[in-house]
Design a protein around this ligand. Sequence first.
Ligand SMILES: *[C@@H]1O[C@H](CO)[C@@H](O)[C@H](O)[C@H]1NC(C)=O
Ligand SMILES: *[C@@H]1O[C@H](CO)[C@@H](O)[C@H](O)[C@H]1NC(C)=O
Ligand SMILES: *[C@@H]1O[C@H](CO)[C@@H](O)[C@H](O)[C@H]1NC(C)=O
Ligand SMILES: *[C@@H]1O[C@H](CO)[C@@H](O)[C@H](O)[C@H]1NC(C)=O
Ligand SMILES: *[C@@H]1O[C@H](CO)[C@@H](O)[C@H](O)[C@H]1NC(C)=O
Ligand SMILES: *[C@@H]1O[C@H](CO)[C@@H](O)[C@H](O)[C@H]1NC(C)=O
Length: 364
Amino acid sequence: MEQTLYFILLLIALCSVSECVQRQYHFINVRKNWTEAQRYCRENYTDLATADNMNAMNELNKCVNDKDVQNVWIGLQRKWQWSSAEPALYLNWAPGQPDGKDECAMMRDGQWHDGSCRDDSLTFVCNSSKTNTGLVFVNQKMNWTNAQSHCKQNHIDLVSVRNQNENQQLQKFISDSHISGDVWIGLFRDSWQWSDQSNYSFSYWKSGEPNNVGGNENCTVIEPSTQGQWIDISCNQQFPFVCHEDKLILINENLTWSEALRYCRQNHTDLVSVHSEEIQRRVMNVVHRASTEAVWLGLRHSCTVGLWFWVSGQTVCYQNWAIDDSENCDSAVRSGAVQSGGDQRWISRPETDRLNFICSRYEE
Ligand SMILES: *[C@@H]1O[C@H](CO)[C@@H](O)[C@H](O)[C@H]1NC(C)=O
Ligand SMILES: *[C@@H]1O[C@H](CO)[C@@H](O)[C@H](O)[C@H]1NC(C)=O
Ligand SMILES: *[C@@H]1O[C@H](CO)[C@@H](O)[C@H](O)[C@H]1NC(C)=O
Ligand SMILES: *[C@@H]1O[C@H](CO)[C@@H](O)[C@H](O)[C@H]1NC(C)=O
Ligand SMILES: *[C@@H]1O[C@H](CO)[C@@H](O)[C@H](O)[C@H]1NC(C)=O
Ligand SMILES: *[C@@H]1O[C@H](CO)[C@@H](O)[C@H](O)[C@H]1NC(C)=O
């Protein structure tokens, strides 16, 4: 009885894991423009710095260890997107466009130009389910914002142009309809995106920012003197910058569990130990790129003690099993993996299976 109590107390003590930092930030005190800084970070670390919460923001700001630096690049830039919320993957700008001043797009002779969402008044094309072409021309001049509302109220949306084929169809539709002059399409630049494609859900703008002075402030710096608050600024300026290095790296090689452990310990730090929900989330971010249906974790079963444990020495407190079949201790030594598809929970596999695996790159 006393022994059981002691064991429970021990588990509680072992299980109170403090929140850990999942990214390491590196301050690079060399002045580069935003694009060069991005290239540098992608070559030497993971990407230009990303921050998705206040803790990360504090860490990021702390790593800027030169107090005389006024502005520091992070990986946030304005993005073009379709009114339908689709990301703009295909773009067909006329040479020299967008020239940075404006936030909405129009079509002229099949090519795209940027225009002022507010001040330019143009006819436009909506996407509709009621016509053969899927398109409707609205012969009324409006600013982009009103054109968008008009399409949403009366049809589907301002038209999206997602590939060359759709661009040719729209161009033909415009010339067949004998429309002259520029027409709005559904492309606009409104939101922000992180260089590493992580979600833009957290923001830390300085008051009055972003203000897009001169219309070409499509990149972001932090201001270390104001706890790292964000300011939009022209991408062509030169500043020092912060890169980040993700803690986890997926290795696309098919190795047994022991080979994977050796690989991680030699080339990185260790096979990943998923001792919190936070780390499970990071695992889910990388595991979908795997080529095997399961991916090794640093999770090992001991039949002697009848327990799972992490190779880092931690007790398995946080759990995310699909099935834990460790009860039937057969001859094969079992190790833990995470499913690369579905709801990405943990399963136990014979350690001789050949799977992709996840290494951690640095200690906490
Ligand atoms: C931002 O705008 C400038 C000026 O128009 C342009 O040269 C640059 O490519 C844009 N940068 C990004 C990251 O969108
Ligand atoms: C678009 O035009 C309408 C009516 O003229 C005006 O009320 C509205 O403020 C304009 N939109 C923008 C974003 O300026
Ligand atoms: C028009 O809208 C429909 C329904 O949302 C969509 O399936 C279609 O791809 C859209 N077409 C264009 C050209 O935007
Ligand atoms: C990003 O946000 C979208 C929509 O809110 C969500 O469906 C998606 O799971 C998020 N992605 C990540 C990696 O958090
Ligand atoms: C690993 O195994 C998967 C599934 O069997 C296979 O598709 C993939 O090509 C293999 N990868 C390597 C690097 O051998
Ligand atoms: C370390 O990585 C290299 C490939 O980058 C690989 O050839 C080598 O086998 C790895 N080390 C171990 C111990 O697996």
